[in-house]
Design a protein around this ligand. Structure first.
Ligand SMILES: C[S@@+](CC[C@H](N)C(=O)[O-])C[C@H]1O[C@@H](n2cnc3c(N)ncnc32)[C@H](O)[C@@H]1O
Length: 261
């Protein structure tokens, strides 16, 4: 049976597009683009949110990701948080035991906020921040045990720096190199945790993850009324094998120093 046009699928798609556009309009004008500094209490942290910095209380993905990091044992690990915003995830990583955390963001106001926020939450001695585009300031060497990233989830042109917290460019252009660059900077067996949403082009993202040499699985899915957040755990695959090394299912390298690129 054919449904009358007014109940057809395209109308539902148009409705959700309209709703998404309205939510972005309100978020941009009242949260992302605001000109004052706010204090936020989120995920058990006290965070200063400077103008244009992604607000970790109004945007639920930040809190959910921080709560997930609380469940990890990062004891003694070197962690990188790419696109740190207020530093909420970097602070969560330090709270989960990380030995050192480097937090980076393309937005200078974000990088400036992190040291104050880390100090206010008792981890100022283990969290450092730098303003940069993705990994541009790091040598392509295995520097980190764990990389975390909560990147912009929508694939449209950002209006300005504040909007880069929401939009990552057509086809996720601004963050597409993240996966290759993360793979180059992870130690053998290192892990990348990255969050997207049902509004992201997940087919494209999963292709980029695989092409960068990761095995991946979805470790968490959080649904809110009009969106769901998808948290991927990506583990670097072996590219070659040193003498005496072993493999586990799915070619995942699990022994430090056991695989070579
Ligand atoms: C969705 S927000 C997440 C912020 C924070 N991690 C959180 O969970 O609250 C994405 C962040 O990535 C930053 N960003 C966007 N493109 C970037 C790039 N190419 N390099 C570094 N940071 C970027 C934005 O400025 C923004 O702070």
């Amino acid at each position: 049976m054919k449904l009358p046009g007014s109940f057809g699928f395209p109308r539902v798609v148009r409705f959700f597009r309209f709703l998404g556009g309205t939510i972005h309009f309100l978020s941009y004008h009242f949260i992302l683009g605001r000109r004052d500094t706010r204090l936020s209490r989120t995920a058990g942290m006290r965070l200063i949110v400077r103008p244009t910095v992604f607000h970790p209380r109004y945007f639920i993905s930040s809190r959910r990701f921080a709560e997930f990091i609380d469940t990890l044992n990062l004891g003694g690990k070197r962690v990188l948080d790419v696109g740190t915003g207020t530093g909420i995830l970097a602070i969560a990583a330090a709270r989960a035991g990380a030995e050192t955390v480097i937090a980076t963001d393309i937005n200078p106001n974000a990088a400036l906020s992190v040291p104050d926020n880390a100090r206010a939450n008792g981890v100022g001695d283990r969290v450092n921040a730098v303003c940069m585009n993705l990994f541009s300031g790091f040598l392509p060497a295995p520097l980190f045990d764990v990389i975390i990233a909560n990147p912009p989830k929508h694939a449209d042109e950002p209006r300005d720096l504040a909007d880069r917290g929401w939009h990552g460019g057509p086809q996720h252009r601004d963050i597409a190199p993240l996966f290759d660059e993360a793979s180059e900077r992870l130690k053998p067996g290192g892990e990348l945790y990255v969050m997207f949403s049902s509004h992201s082009d997940l087919g494209l993202i999963e292709n980029l993850i695989e092409r960068a040499g990761f095995n991946f699985r979805v470790v968490k899915k959080y649904s809110i009324l009009i969106d769901s957040f998808v948290l991927y755990e990506c583990t670097r695959r072996c590219f070659g094998f040193a003498a005496g090394s072993r493999l586990v299912a799915g070619n995942t390298c699990y022994k430090e120093g056991a695989c070579e690129r």
